[in-house]
Design a protein around this ligand. Structure first.
Ligand SMILES: Cc1ncc(COP(=O)(O)O)c(C=O)c1O
Length: 390
């Protein structure tokens, strides 16, 4: 028989793993399922990306291996976007790297810095690629709980010194999935300072930087002095452009750090499809006009969902960014039982906080992936589940 590795066995259960099967069963039984599970918006990808992709498919040169170099045009568009969006210059060829979605880059990054016995600091609740990459690379993961009393900030100062001394990488993500928390510049300064003093690679996941509301602007980690020494920043085309399935993102940072990730990737993948990179370059070049309507729609959805959830008895704050509501449950209500009842009893897919690790218990996550009307209906149904919960 085949004995699986300790690393494989150490991976926690993936929160989205069973939902598609249950969902299919319910739909077949005629249930009107409202899926607020995955962070996958119902809006279509931008026409400019679709049209560029269609033309790119007819160009045989773009059907070749892209390797890590990829399409120069995409690297240049990414570097131009960073310049427009944040005002920083990164060299498109040595300080920018195309990724097969940012998940791919984030999960491969630990391989560049982890030796046996080293620690990777992972937020909990948090995006699963962090712990996945950490454990698969052989790191010992140190779970940093994100708690409401700390505004869901990963506070390196609260981590014991001996752990910090063994830490090689930390994953930091604001605007945050799943809590929708945002980071202040003062927090980012503290975090960069500790990473610098301990030589910890700061993997800054900025997948939601453009999905911001009420005039809030999410910063780049590179706005913090000294960040270039220790940070790589990850961006995604998935959420801002509704291109989740296209698998395209990119990392920026100083050449040595980008080079280390490039080296890892050159052994495990051949880069994103060149035609997708061509389409991604077109999307990035039209970023401002494409993202504004998505942002406005998400803000409408946020307002509708927050109001409706409050009306049916949930205590939920209105987040400044991302595409999620992180909703507290009354004390003693287990999030897995609540999510199961929401799905099987009322056809609403939400993710239980415990699916993001024990520190997520006491909450559930709603993704704002359907229109305001459907969100109101979902909130009503969730209110009935809450009212029926002992
Ligand atoms: C925090 C965070 N980072 C990264 C990603 C992955 O994005 P991509 O589709 O670019 O791999 C997600 C997707 O849900 C996410 O929530």
């Amino acid at each position: 028989m085949i004995e699986f590795s300790k690393r494989l066995k150490s991976l926690p259960g993936y929160p989205l793993a069973e939902i598609p099967t249950i969902k299919r069963r319910l739909i077949e039984a005629g249930v009107d399922v409202i899926d607020l599970g995955a962070g996958d918006n119902d809006t279509p990808p931008p026409p400019v990306a679709v049209e560029t992709m269609a033309a790119a498919l007819r160009n045989p040169a773009l059907s070749k291996y892209g390797f890590q170099q990829g399409l120069p045009e995409f690297r240049q568009a990414a570097a131009r976007w960073v310049q427009r969006r944040f005002g920083f210059t990164f060299d498109p060829f040595t300080e920018t790297l195309p990724l097969i979605g940012s998940k791919e880059g984030l999960s491969h990054l630990p391989f560049a810095v982890v030796n046996p016995g080293d620690v990777a600091i992972v937020p909990e609740p948090g995006y699963q690629a962090y712990i996945g990459g950490a454990l698969l690379s052989g790191a010992e993961s140190y779970i940093a709980p994100l708690r409401p009393e700390n505004s869901f900030l990963l506070e390196l100062e609260q981590i014991p010194q001996p752990v910090l001394r063994r830490a090689k990488i930390v994953f930091v993500n604001y605007p945050n999935n799943p809590t929708a928390a945002v980071a202040t510049s003062e927090y980012l300064e503290r975090t960069v300072a500790i990473c610098r003093s301990h030589g910890i690679l700061l993997a800054y996941d900025n997948a939601y930087c453009d999905l911001t509301f009420d005039g809030y602007r999410a910063p780049s980690i590179f706005e913090t002095a000294g960040a270039r020494d220790v940070a790589l920043e990850f961006f995604s085309l998935s959420k801002s452009y509704s291109m989740t399935g296209w698998r395209l993102g990119f990392a920026v940072g100083r050449a040595e750090l980008v080079g280390a990730l490039t080296r890892v990737k050159s052994y495990v993948d051949t880069g994103p499809f060149l035609a997708v990179q061509k389409a991604g370059a077109a999307a990035l070049d039209h970023s401002e006009e494409l993202v504004a309507p998505i942002r406005a729609e998400l803000q409408r959805r946020r307002d509708a969902a927050v109001t409706a959830l409050q009306q049916v008895g949930f205590t939920v704050e209105s987040p400044k960014a991302a595409m999620y509501l992180w909703v507290p449950l009354p004390k003693g209500v287990a999030s897995a039982a609540f999510a199961k009842q929401a799905l099987e009893g009322s056809g609403v897919v939400v993710l239980p906080g415990s699916g993001f690790g024990p520190a997520g218990e006491g909450f559930f996550r709603i993704a704002l992936t359907v229109g305001a009307e459907r969100l109101r209906l979902a909130a009503e149904r969730l209110g009935s589940v809450l009212a029926a919960t002992p």
